[in-house]
Write a protein that binds this ligand. Structure first.
Ligand code: HEC
Ligand code: HEC
Length: 317
């Protein structure tokens, strides 16, 4: 009897020791990845490329990085605490504190794969592996321009502090995206469905927030993401940190079935709901989107599988 107790005691002790060692390992080990040399050729931009780059930067980067009129970065108040303290970094034109610390090659590699120039994978800005080369190059051309949005800021951002949960995922689950092997072409606007899918999934990443779980988003094969576009993941209202659930955008009664293109456009462009009320800042308005783009996204959303998921907000709207 005594012997059995002793064995159980020793086993338990060993188990606890292993768990402690594992926890320490996860806490202090940040995996790093090789930064492959990639051939990058950003053509010197004409004014229409710069305008395109500016619009994409406003749509895709400014929400997190814009502060005081420049892309100096800020603390992201909309990320739930379980992910840690997240700071969008200074990507203004400052030579050492801003985007100047990145070469074009490093920027392309980071924006594709999610691997930062220090070799760490950024779980929060995890990359756009399927964005077209044309769109990516236009963004980079804009980031190198002297537009007022790029005004050099001296601000030193706090580094992002991932939670233990994120460190655990970083050690065992998250992996950088593979760098594309050949050029990615923007689908022609004449192919409305392909164009809409490209915009919603590959460029703007609407499904990232509008699926079941942030940690299970699959940017390589978006439709493999659990609860694809059926909503339910929690974002915080950046104004008061109250939790807001993302909406079901699938063509189901509990989603957008019955909505018109006009109602959809008002919601995405201006944050206005069909009943006239405005959404929370957890879904920032996107006034930059054109009618053609919204119509394409809308057509595409009609074709995804309808999923029954009634999203019930915890707070009164
Ligand atoms: C969802 C919010 C969000 C969006 C959208 C976003 N970023 Fe970021 N960005 C961050 C955060 C947070 C960090 C810090 C990440 C980290 O340290 O892991 C960051 C870091 C960076 C960095 C620096 C990485 C480093 O080495 O510290 C660059 C460059 C960058 N972003 C560029 C961009 C560009 C260009 C876009 C638009 C295509 C963009 N970001 C869109 C949140 C965002
Ligand atoms: C940062 C996360 C996030 C991203 C990215 C995002 N959304 Fe949302 N969206 C939300 C949240 C949260 C709500 C609910 C807001 C509320 O109820 O106040 C919402 C609401 C909506 C609604 C209203 C639906 C309804 O039933 O009321 C539409 C339409 C919508 N989003 C479309 C889009 C489209 C299209 C994109 C891509 C261009 C997109 N969203 C990207 C978080 C996001």
């Amino acid at each position: 009897m005594k012997k059995a107790l002793k064995i159980i005691g020793i086993s338990l002790g060993a188990l606890i020791a292993i768990l402690i060692i594992l926890a320490l390992y996860v806490n202090f080990n940040t995996p790093t990845y090789e930064i492959k040399k990639v051939a990058v050729n950003i053509p010197s931009p004409d004014s229409s490329t710069l305008a395109h780059g500016k619009r994409l930067t406003a749509l895709m980067c400014a929400g997190c990085h814009l502060n005081n009129g420049t892309l100096e970065g800020k603390k992201m108040m909309e990320i739930p605490a379980m992910f840690g303290d997240i700071y969008a970094q200074n990507i203004s034109s400052h030579p050492t504190k801003g985007i100047g610390r990145y070469t074009d090659e490093e920027l392309v590699y980071f924006l594709r794969t999610g691997v930062k120039r220090n070799g760490e994978y950024s779980f929060i800005m995890s990359g756009h592996p399927l964005m077209s080369d044309r769109d990516l190059n236009a963004i980079i051309a804009f980031l190198r321009s002297d537009d007022p949005m790029m005004t050099a800021s001296e601000k030193t951002q706090y580094p992002t502090k991932p939670s233990f949960f994120v460190k655990l995922l970083s050690n065992f689950v998250f992996k950088p995206h593979p760098f594309p092997e050949k050029e990615i072409i923007t689908p022609p606007k004449s192919n409305q469905l392909a164009y809409g899918k490209y915009l919603a999934d590959d460029l703007l990443g609407c499904f990232g927030c509008h699926s079941a779980d942030f940690t299970k988003v699959d940017p390589m094969v978006p439709e493999n993401t659990p609860g694809f576009y059926a909503g339910g993941s929690t974002i915080l209202d950046p104004n008061d940190q109250s939790p807001v659930l993302s909406s079901n955008l699938t063509p189901h009664e509990t989603g957008l079935k019955g909505w018109t293109l006009e109602q959809f456009s008002d919601a995405v462009k201006f944050g206005k709901r069909p009943d006239g009320n405005f959404m929370t800042a957890a879904m920032p308005p996107r006034p930059q989107l054109t009618d053609e783009e919204l119509a394409a996204i809308w057509s595409y959303l009609q074709t995804i599988p309808a999923i029954d998921n009634e999203v019930v907000q915890a707070r009164a709207q």
